[in-house]
Design a protein around this ligand. Sequence first.
Ligand code: SF4
Length: 128
Amino acid sequence: MSQELICITCPIGCHLKVEVLGAGEVQVEGNRCPRGAAYAREEVLSPKRVVTATCRLRREPQAGVQASLTAPRRVPWRTTGPFPQERVAELLALVSGIEVETPVVRGKILLSNVLDTGVDVILTRSLS
Ligand code: SF4
């Protein structure tokens, strides 16, 4: 069974026709360069995506300062690169158990080499 994809590796956006032949073999047509074949192969055999979500935030109470009712209760995060799609639920379950304390600095690594994928999870917002 063939599949149609658009290569997103460069702005040309070649229309690819991809057929999985079995045993990890993939036939690709319509690509203008080898990067398109590599993209199609990964997309059909082991797709990856940058993952974004939020995790719980705990604010340390400050003496004499009343906590704002509108202050964010969660902080956003993302993976530093494409993450295996079939393991996203595992990643979300892992991060859902984490509570980050203020102050939070954007770019701080929350999890390094998460689930042995070589990808980090970083915070994407600074909060005091
Ligand atoms: S196949 Fe090559 S030329 Fe075509 S969109 Fe992909 S990277 Fe660009």
